[in-house]
Design a binder for this molecule. Sequence first.
Ligand code: PMP
Length: 291
Amino acid sequence: MSRIAYVNGRYVRHAEAAVHVEDRGYQFADGVYEVCEIRDGFLTDERRHIDRLIRSLAELRIRMPMSRAALGVVLREVVRRNHVRDGLVYLQITRGVAPRNHPFPSPETEPALVVTAKSVPRSVHDHSAETGIAVITLPDNRWDRVDIKTVGLLPNVLAKQAARDAGVYEAWLYDADGNVTEGSSTNAWIVTADGTLVTRPAEHGILRGITRTVLMEVAARLGVKVEERKFSVEEAKRAREAFITGATTIVTPVVKIDDQVIGNGAPGSVATALRKAFHDSAERAPRWSHG
Ligand code: PMP
Protein backbone atom coordinates (compact mmCIF):
# COMPACT_ATOMS: atom_id res chain seq x y z
CA MET A 1 0.00 0.00 0.00
CA SER A 2 1.47 3.36 -0.96
CA ARG A 3 1.47 6.30 1.41
CA ILE A 4 -0.42 9.43 0.40
CA ALA A 5 0.42 13.05 1.19
CA TYR A 6 -1.65 16.20 0.74
CA VAL A 7 0.27 18.95 -1.09
CA ASN A 8 -1.39 22.25 -1.98
CA GLY A 9 -4.80 20.92 -2.91
CA ARG A 10 -3.87 17.45 -4.18
CA TYR A 11 -3.54 14.00 -2.67
CA VAL A 12 -0.39 12.55 -4.16
CA ARG A 13 1.81 9.50 -3.69
CA HIS A 14 4.10 10.22 -0.75
CA ALA A 15 7.17 9.13 -2.69
CA GLU A 16 6.43 11.78 -5.32
CA ALA A 17 5.13 14.53 -3.02
CA ALA A 18 7.18 17.70 -3.54
CA VAL A 19 7.10 21.44 -3.09
CA HIS A 20 8.65 24.17 -5.24
CA VAL A 21 12.36 25.06 -4.80
CA GLU A 22 11.31 28.60 -3.95
CA ASP A 23 8.91 27.61 -1.22
CA ARG A 24 9.76 29.97 1.65
CA GLY A 25 9.67 27.09 4.08
CA TYR A 26 12.49 25.45 2.15
CA GLN A 27 14.53 28.63 1.73
CA PHE A 28 13.90 30.57 4.96
CA ALA A 29 12.17 28.13 7.35
CA ASP A 30 9.34 30.64 6.94
CA GLY A 31 6.53 28.43 8.14
CA VAL A 32 4.88 26.63 11.02
CA TYR A 33 3.77 23.09 11.78
CA GLU A 34 1.75 20.88 14.08
CA VAL A 35 1.93 17.22 15.01
CA CYS A 36 -1.21 15.53 16.31
CA GLU A 37 -1.48 12.05 17.77
CA ILE A 38 -3.83 9.57 16.11
CA ARG A 39 -5.23 6.98 18.47
CA ASP A 40 -7.78 4.35 17.40
CA GLY A 41 -8.20 6.41 14.22
CA PHE A 42 -9.16 9.56 16.15
CA LEU A 43 -7.15 12.78 16.35
CA THR A 44 -6.13 13.65 19.90
CA ASP A 45 -6.68 17.27 20.98
CA GLU A 46 -7.22 18.51 17.43
CA ARG A 47 -9.01 21.64 18.63
CA ARG A 48 -6.07 22.76 20.76
CA HIS A 49 -3.53 21.93 18.05
CA ILE A 50 -5.45 24.01 15.52
CA ASP A 51 -5.82 26.86 18.05
CA ARG A 52 -2.03 26.84 18.49
CA LEU A 53 -1.50 26.67 14.73
CA ILE A 54 -3.70 29.74 14.24
CA ARG A 55 -1.71 31.58 16.92
CA SER A 56 1.65 30.63 15.34
CA LEU A 57 0.39 31.79 11.92
CA ALA A 58 -0.86 35.08 13.38
CA GLU A 59 2.50 35.75 15.09
CA LEU A 60 4.21 35.39 11.68
CA ARG A 61 1.41 37.09 9.71
CA ILE A 62 0.83 34.05 7.50
CA ARG A 63 -2.76 33.49 6.33
CA MET A 64 -4.66 30.28 7.11
CA PRO A 65 -4.74 28.65 3.66
CA MET A 66 -8.28 27.34 4.21
CA SER A 67 -11.02 27.37 6.81
CA ARG A 68 -10.62 25.46 10.01
CA ALA A 69 -13.40 23.10 8.95
CA ALA A 70 -11.75 22.43 5.56
CA LEU A 71 -8.42 21.77 7.28
CA GLY A 72 -10.19 19.26 9.53
CA VAL A 73 -11.46 17.46 6.43
CA VAL A 74 -7.97 17.32 4.89
CA LEU A 75 -6.41 15.98 8.11
CA ARG A 76 -9.00 13.21 8.32
CA GLU A 77 -8.71 12.40 4.65
CA VAL A 78 -4.93 11.96 4.93
CA VAL A 79 -5.38 9.75 8.00
CA ARG A 80 -8.04 7.72 6.17
CA ARG A 81 -6.09 7.33 2.93
CA ASN A 82 -3.06 6.11 4.85
CA HIS A 83 -5.12 3.70 6.97
CA VAL A 84 -3.56 5.07 10.14
CA ARG A 85 -5.08 3.70 13.32
CA ASP A 86 -2.28 4.63 15.73
CA GLY A 87 0.37 7.15 14.76
CA LEU A 88 0.55 10.81 13.95
CA VAL A 89 -0.53 13.41 11.44
CA TYR A 90 1.86 16.21 10.48
CA LEU A 91 0.80 19.50 8.94
CA GLN A 92 2.95 22.35 7.74
CA ILE A 93 2.01 25.76 6.43
CA THR A 94 4.60 28.05 4.87
CA ARG A 95 4.35 31.57 3.50
CA GLY A 96 4.26 30.03 0.03
CA VAL A 97 6.27 30.18 -3.18
CA ALA A 98 7.87 33.46 -4.28
CA PRO A 99 11.17 34.66 -5.82
CA ARG A 100 13.84 34.45 -3.11
CA ASN A 101 13.90 37.75 -1.27
CA HIS A 102 13.85 38.31 2.49
CA PRO A 103 10.80 40.61 2.84
CA PHE A 104 7.34 39.07 2.77
CA PRO A 105 6.15 38.41 -0.79
CA SER A 106 3.04 40.06 -2.19
CA PRO A 107 -0.10 39.46 -0.10
CA GLU A 108 -1.63 37.43 -2.96
CA THR A 109 1.00 34.70 -2.46
CA GLU A 110 -0.86 31.56 -1.45
CA PRO A 111 0.41 29.91 1.73
CA ALA A 112 1.54 26.33 1.07
CA LEU A 113 -0.05 23.44 2.98
CA VAL A 114 1.39 19.96 3.32
CA VAL A 115 -0.13 17.13 5.37
CA THR A 116 1.34 13.68 5.95
CA ALA A 117 0.40 10.84 8.27
CA LYS A 118 2.23 7.79 9.48
CA SER A 119 1.52 4.74 11.57
CA VAL A 120 3.46 4.29 14.78
CA PRO A 121 2.57 1.17 16.75
CA ARG A 122 1.62 2.06 20.32
CA SER A 123 4.13 -0.48 21.56
CA VAL A 124 7.02 1.78 20.45
CA HIS A 125 6.30 4.53 22.98
CA ASP A 126 4.76 2.17 25.54
CA HIS A 127 8.07 0.35 25.63
CA SER A 128 10.11 3.51 26.40
CA ALA A 129 7.53 4.47 29.03
CA GLU A 130 7.98 1.10 30.72
CA THR A 131 11.76 1.24 30.81
CA GLY A 132 12.15 5.02 31.12
CA ILE A 133 14.50 7.13 29.02
CA ALA A 134 17.80 8.93 29.61
CA VAL A 135 18.46 12.56 28.69
CA ILE A 136 21.55 14.70 28.35
CA THR A 137 21.64 18.44 29.08
CA LEU A 138 22.87 21.11 26.66
CA PRO A 139 22.87 24.91 26.54
CA ASP A 140 19.73 26.28 24.85
CA ASN A 141 21.01 28.22 21.84
CA ARG A 142 17.67 28.82 20.10
CA TRP A 143 16.09 32.18 19.31
CA ASP A 144 13.75 33.79 21.82
CA ARG A 145 10.45 33.09 20.00
CA VAL A 146 10.35 29.34 20.50
CA ASP A 147 6.73 29.82 21.62
CA ILE A 148 5.95 29.96 17.87
CA LYS A 149 5.96 26.46 16.41
CA THR A 150 8.11 27.24 13.38
CA VAL A 151 9.84 24.76 11.10
CA GLY A 152 13.14 26.52 11.94
CA LEU A 153 14.33 23.59 14.04
CA LEU A 154 18.07 23.40 13.34
CA PRO A 155 19.17 23.89 16.99
CA ASN A 156 16.60 21.27 18.00
CA VAL A 157 17.89 18.90 15.33
CA LEU A 158 21.49 19.35 16.52
CA ALA A 159 20.46 18.82 20.16
CA LYS A 160 18.50 15.68 19.30
CA GLN A 161 21.43 14.33 17.31
CA ALA A 162 23.78 15.03 20.24
CA ALA A 163 21.38 12.96 22.36
CA ARG A 164 21.42 10.15 19.81
CA ASP A 165 25.24 10.31 19.63
CA ALA A 166 25.27 9.95 23.43
CA GLY A 167 22.97 6.92 23.12
CA VAL A 168 19.98 8.60 24.79
CA TYR A 169 16.50 9.69 23.71
CA GLU A 170 16.32 13.40 24.42
CA ALA A 171 18.37 16.51 25.20
CA TRP A 172 17.15 18.90 27.88
CA LEU A 173 18.15 22.46 27.14
CA TYR A 174 19.10 24.97 29.82
CA ASP A 175 19.19 28.76 29.79
CA ALA A 176 22.02 31.13 30.82
CA ASP A 177 21.03 30.73 34.50
CA GLY A 178 21.23 26.93 34.37
CA ASN A 179 17.46 26.50 34.39
CA VAL A 180 15.89 23.85 32.17
CA THR A 181 13.81 25.28 29.35
CA GLU A 182 12.51 22.17 27.56
CA GLY A 183 13.60 19.17 25.52
CA SER A 184 14.53 19.38 21.84
CA SER A 185 11.02 18.16 20.92
CA THR A 186 9.28 17.72 24.28
CA ASN A 187 8.44 19.66 27.46
CA ALA A 188 10.38 18.90 30.64
CA TRP A 189 8.93 18.14 34.09
CA ILE A 190 10.15 17.04 37.50
CA VAL A 191 8.40 15.71 40.59
CA THR A 192 9.62 17.11 43.93
CA ALA A 193 10.13 15.14 47.14
CA ASP A 194 6.58 16.07 48.28
CA GLY A 195 5.04 14.87 45.00
CA THR A 196 4.51 18.29 43.35
CA LEU A 197 4.84 18.54 39.56
CA VAL A 198 7.13 21.33 38.41
CA THR A 199 7.40 22.65 34.87
CA ARG A 200 8.66 25.91 33.43
CA PRO A 201 6.04 28.65 32.85
CA ALA A 202 5.03 28.83 29.18
CA GLU A 203 6.35 32.27 28.41
CA HIS A 204 8.53 32.88 25.40
CA GLY A 205 11.26 30.44 26.56
CA ILE A 206 9.39 27.24 25.66
CA LEU A 207 6.72 25.91 23.38
CA ARG A 208 3.37 25.67 25.16
CA GLY A 209 2.92 21.96 24.57
CA ILE A 210 -0.63 20.75 24.10
CA THR A 211 0.27 17.63 26.07
CA ARG A 212 1.62 19.94 28.80
CA THR A 213 -1.66 21.87 28.93
CA VAL A 214 -3.79 18.73 29.06
CA LEU A 215 -1.52 17.21 31.70
CA MET A 216 -2.30 20.16 34.00
CA GLU A 217 -5.94 19.03 33.83
CA VAL A 218 -5.00 15.40 34.42
CA ALA A 219 -2.99 16.44 37.49
CA ALA A 220 -5.90 18.50 38.84
CA ARG A 221 -8.22 15.54 38.38
CA LEU A 222 -5.82 13.19 40.18
CA GLY A 223 -5.26 15.72 42.97
CA VAL A 224 -1.57 16.21 42.09
CA LYS A 225 -0.26 19.73 42.76
CA VAL A 226 1.39 21.59 39.87
CA GLU A 227 3.83 24.47 40.19
CA GLU A 228 4.74 26.46 37.09
CA ARG A 229 8.20 27.72 37.92
CA LYS A 230 11.74 27.46 36.65
CA PHE A 231 13.91 24.58 37.88
CA SER A 232 17.63 24.09 37.46
CA VAL A 233 19.50 21.13 36.00
CA GLU A 234 20.84 20.53 39.54
CA GLU A 235 17.35 20.43 41.02
CA ALA A 236 16.24 18.06 38.27
CA LYS A 237 19.11 15.70 39.07
CA ARG A 238 17.96 15.59 42.72
CA ALA A 239 14.26 15.23 41.86
CA ARG A 240 12.15 12.26 42.90
CA GLU A 241 11.00 11.77 39.32
CA ALA A 242 11.41 13.43 35.96
CA PHE A 243 9.52 13.04 32.71
CA ILE A 244 8.88 14.49 29.27
CA THR A 245 5.62 15.29 27.50
CA GLY A 246 4.76 15.59 23.82
CA ALA A 247 2.07 14.57 21.36
CA THR A 248 4.00 11.47 20.32
CA THR A 249 5.54 10.46 23.66
CA ILE A 250 2.56 11.58 25.84
CA VAL A 251 4.17 11.15 29.29
CA THR A 252 7.48 9.29 29.27
CA PRO A 253 9.52 8.88 32.47
CA VAL A 254 13.14 10.07 32.56
CA VAL A 255 15.33 7.77 34.64
CA LYS A 256 18.73 9.36 34.01
CA ILE A 257 19.91 12.96 33.46
CA ASP A 258 23.50 13.11 32.20
CA ASP A 259 25.26 10.63 34.53
CA GLN A 260 22.78 11.03 37.37
CA VAL A 261 20.26 8.27 37.98
CA ILE A 262 16.84 9.68 38.98
CA GLY A 263 15.08 8.07 41.95
CA ASN A 264 15.80 4.36 41.91
CA GLY A 265 16.41 4.34 38.17
CA ALA A 266 12.97 2.99 37.30
CA PRO A 267 9.95 4.96 35.99
CA GLY A 268 8.29 6.81 38.88
CA SER A 269 4.77 6.16 40.13
CA VAL A 270 3.55 9.74 39.52
CA ALA A 271 4.67 9.84 35.87
CA THR A 272 3.29 6.36 35.30
CA ALA A 273 -0.10 7.30 36.80
CA LEU A 274 -0.25 10.50 34.71
CA ARG A 275 0.52 8.57 31.53
CA LYS A 276 -2.20 6.06 32.29
CA ALA A 277 -4.79 8.78 32.98
CA PHE A 278 -3.82 11.07 30.09
CA HIS A 279 -6.30 9.99 27.44
CA ASP A 280 -9.24 10.32 29.82
CA SER A 281 -8.64 14.09 29.81
CA ALA A 282 -7.50 14.53 26.20
CA GLU A 283 -10.14 15.39 23.62
CA ARG A 284 -10.92 12.79 21.01
CA ALA A 285 -12.00 14.63 17.89
CA PRO A 286 -14.84 12.98 15.95
CA ARG A 287 -13.59 10.89 13.07
CA TRP A 288 -15.53 12.42 10.21
CA SER A 289 -16.99 15.67 11.49
CA HIS A 290 -15.09 18.88 11.05
CA GLY A 291 -13.99 19.17 14.69
N1 PMP B 1 8.66 21.51 22.92
C1 PMP B 1 9.12 21.41 21.66
C2 PMP B 1 10.34 22.16 21.28
C3 PMP B 1 8.44 20.61 20.73
O1 PMP B 1 8.89 20.52 19.47
C4 PMP B 1 7.29 19.88 21.13
C5 PMP B 1 6.57 18.97 20.18
N2 PMP B 1 6.14 19.57 19.04
C6 PMP B 1 6.85 20.01 22.45
C7 PMP B 1 7.56 20.84 23.32
C8 PMP B 1 5.62 19.29 22.94
O2 PMP B 1 4.46 19.86 22.42
P1 PMP B 1 3.13 19.01 22.21
O3 PMP B 1 2.76 18.48 23.56
O4 PMP B 1 2.15 19.98 21.70
O5 PMP B 1 3.46 17.94 21.25
